[in-house]
Design a protein around this ligand. Structure first.
Ligand SMILES: [Zn+2]
Length: 305
């Protein structure tokens, strides 16, 4: 007999860490592991070790969200500006090692799927997920499915904002994520002597520090400038903001909302697009990757409409 509610191991393999957890079909998380991102030769072995620590007889599947370009149909990590590895058949490696079904997707796709299934986007048909991590990750969920284009849709952080702008990790200039990202907020915190991270900057802002608030307003306006482009193209029901944006909350999102209202074509003729923090916050990719894996294996479905 098939148990009613088996769990999956969900993994967030980002630009600086591997975070994994046992995720139940309702989105709750049991045991967790977290390690700094290993260098290229050790990365896949250490990914396998982290997962092995969490696999149990209750595990139905393994889901991995990776920062960068992933060929979903093959479960293959191709390339990413924040990743040390290229062309690795991650899904096949995990399925062979654990004798369990595995899925491998872009980290934002996984998070956007999870947020739409059980999080801040629940009940909406057209959800844009935007996460501030090592760069800006994006995913578009249409009627409960991730829109992938041919394979690599959603690389929104590399929209050109200024062709002569700062150099991006991808090798081009003036990408959106050179103005807004987790590391941009980390750098601002250090520049102002307010700590080492965007979380420190946000904490100072919530405590009323004027410089922190003004910095978050400036970065928030850049966030809104890019979002107004995406909203003009996609017209989603709402935008779910993950990663560092979920931590900064309205300190960052209010100036983004103001920028959208002033920049979006015909804004006064539209219903305002809601901008909401991710319910699963920094764990959205871990949870979403596990739910993608469970969806494939136990038929977990997104409620439509
Ligand atoms: Zn770029």
């Amino acid at each position: 007999m098939m148990p009613a509610a088996r769990s999956a191991v969900g993994v967030d393999l980002g630009g600086s860490k591997i975070a994994a957890g046992v995720v139940h079909p309702d989105g709750t998380i049991g045991n967790r592991r977290r390690i700094a991102l290993p260098s290229a030769p050790r990365l896949v072995d250490e990914l396998v070790d982290v997962i092995a620590d969490l696999v149990s007889p209750d595990t139905a599947a393994v889901g991995v969200g990776m920062a960068g370009m992933v060929r979903w149909s093959k479960g293959e990590f191709v390339w990413g500006p924040h990743s040390p590895i290229t062309n690795v058949p991650v899904r096949d490696i995990l399925e062979e090692r654990f004798s369990l079904p595995a899925v491998v997707d872009n980290d934002a796709n996984a998070a956007g799927f999870g947020e739409t299934l059980l999080g801040a986007g629940r009940g909406f048909s057209h959800v844009l997920y935007v996460a501030l991590g090592s760069g800006i990750g994006g995913a578009l969920i249409v009627d409960g499915s991730v829109y992938r284009g041919r394979a690599f849709a959603g690389e929104i952080g590399h929209m050109t904002i200024d062709a002569n702008g700062p150099l991006c990790a991808c090798g081009h200039r003036g990408c959106w994520e050179t103005y807004v990202s987790g590391p941009v907020l980390d750098d601002e915190a250090r520049r102002l002597g307010l700590g080492d991270s965007g979380a420190d900057l946000s904490a100072a802002g919530f405590a009323g520090d004027r410089r922190a608030i003004e910095t978050l307003q400036r970065v928030g306006r850049s966030l809104g400038d890019g979002l107004s482009n995406l909203i003009a193209i996609l017209d989603p029901d709402l935008v779910v903001m993950g990663g560092a944006a979920a931590v900064a909350g309205d300190l960052l999102l209010d100036p983004a909302r103001a920028a959208i209202a002033s920049r979006l074509e015909g804004a006064e003729w539209r219903q305002p697009v809601q901008l909401v923090p991710a319910l699963f916050g920094p764990e959205a990719t871990m949870v979403g990757a596990a739910l993608l894996a469970l969806q494939a294996e136990v038929g977990l479905k997104v409620a439509s409409g």
